[in-house]
Design a protein around this ligand. Structure first.
Ligand code: NAP
Ligand code: MG
Length: 398
């Protein structure tokens, strides 16, 4: 059989530890036998980031702007322990942060739903995709402890020196205060990424804030979303048969619990931080969660939501057997291949992505899975496979 041809390369970002091992197996067992794989390869493994003074991360992000689609392996974000372990010149920043700063995107996280791994919320039949705004609010806040009586004000000094003040509180004893901000440009690009991704995946988009209480701050989020929707997306949504739905955050939470799933939930920074952990744990496992960075210009970077699975890697280095779940990393590849196919009009590539996802899901539903899933499955007497045999079982089915 002829291999599937690609007309444009994907940007391939290799990574670290156990996921780097899985990366190689996935390519060799699942992709290279079927596709004339064309990638522009960037090694984001920590050693190479250190050698290139992290230039490789910037280059990989720039290449994503050029080719529009990237697939990324999990990478180590250095901390003090990693400084010694890898003799680093510097504590390099999180590659995901660097890439996001260059592409200016929003991260969408969606669970991979399979029979036998049942969500805790029994009416969730379809995945719920969380979109988290990743700029500002409490994450870039400034805070003060107020030692005693006194007045706290917000002061805005315009470029011409004129000042506007707003009383925060007249303290009559000790307390605390917090100042936070956001910028319209960031909210606008968040909104566009969400609308774009909803159209892409043909799912309804929900957005919620606390605009009844926060009449300027949260209300601005609501207004910006609505203005952009009305001006740029209303007709496209109607044509696609999908809906943009705004409600209060507490109403959204209540409705999410009662829903069947199958929509995108756009969240402000803090809400997204909290709710994405709820959604992922309720759906089963971080190893079954995909993640895609979508820029407002339409660049896509696919990855797994989990990290490099360090503990398994150390076992692997000692020659012990591991049973690491490769599903989210496989789905990062299929997401990127499908998008590449879509942009290039390459139907064969899109169909391959569908078949590989189906083979993966079917393998698990037939009872063959890694240990993390075997511990939570409702399938009786599952067969627990090691990292390599699980990928080989998928390859056989494919
Ligand atoms: P992690 O790699 O997500 O793993 C945490 C634990 O979750 C694992 O020890 C394992 O539990 C379980 N797990 C996660 N993925 C799994 C999989 N595919 N199969 C089976 N079990 C899985 O998080 P971490 O250990 O805190 O972080 C390790 C490194 O990853 C860090 O250096 C961090 O900087 C990096 N990281 C990178 C990204 C990214 O590139 N996007 C994201 C997060 C973290 P058991 O040990 O109990 O089996
Ligand atoms: Mg969190």
């Amino acid at each position: 059989m002829d291999k599937i041809k690609m007309t444009t390369p994907l940007v391939e970002m290799d990574g670290d530890e156990m996921t780097r091992i899985l990366w190689k197996m996935i390519k060799e067992e699942l992709l290279l036998p079927h596709i004339d794989l064309r990638t522009e390869y960037y090694d984001l493994g920590l050693e190479h980031r250190n050698e290139t003074d992290d230039q490789v991360t910037v280059d990989a992000a720039m290449a994503t702007k050029k080719y529009k689609v990237a697939v990324k392996c999990a990478t180590i974000t250095p901390n003090a322990a990693r400084m010694d372990e890898y003799s680093l010149k510097e504590m390099w920043k999180s590659p995901n942060g660097t890439i996001r700063a260059i592409l200016d995107g929003t991260v969408f996280r969606a669970p991979i739903v399979v029979k036998g791994i049942e969500p805790c919320v029994k009416n969730w039949q379809k995945p719920i995709t969380i979109a988290r705004h990743a700029y500002g609010d409490v994450y870039k806040g400034s805070e003060m402890k107020i030692p005693g009586a006194g007045r706290v004000e917000l002061v805005y000094t315009a470029a011409d020196g004129t000042q506007t003040k707003e009383l925060v509180h007249e303290f009559d004893g000790p307390g605390i205060v917090q100042g936070m901000h956001n910028i319209n440009k960031s909210i606008e690009s968040f909104a566009r990424s969400c609308f774009t991704f909803a159209l892409d995946t043909k799912q309804d988009l929900w957005f919620a804030t606390k605009d009844t209480i926060s009449k300027k701050y949260d209300h601005t989020f609501k207004d910006i979303f609505q203005e952009i929707y009305d001006a740029e997306y209303d007709e496209k949504f109607q044509a696609a048969g999908i809906e943009y739905f705004y409600t209060l955050i507490d109403d959204a939470v209540a409705r999410v619990m009662k829903s069947k799933g199958g929509f995108i939930w756009a969240c402000k920074n803090y809400d997204g931080d909290v709710m994405s952990d709820m959604i992922s744990s309720a759906f089963g496992s971080l190893a079954m969660m995909t993640s895609v960075l979508v820029s407002p210009e339409g660049y896509y970077e696919y990855e797994a939501a989990h990290g490099t699975v360090q503990r398994h890697y150390y076992k692997h280095l000692k020659g012990e057997e591991t049973s690491t779940n490769s599903v989210a990393t496989i789905f990062a590849w299929t997401g990127a291949l499908r998008k590449r196919g879509e942009l290039d009009g390459n139907k064969a590539l899109m169909e391959f992505a569908d078949r590989l996802e189906k083979a993966t899901v079917d393998t698990i539903e037939s009872g063959k899975m890694t240990k993390d899933l075997a511990l939570i499955t409702t399938i009786r007497k599952p067969t627990v496979l090691n990292s390599e045999d699980f990928i080989k079982a998928i390859a056989k089915r494919l």
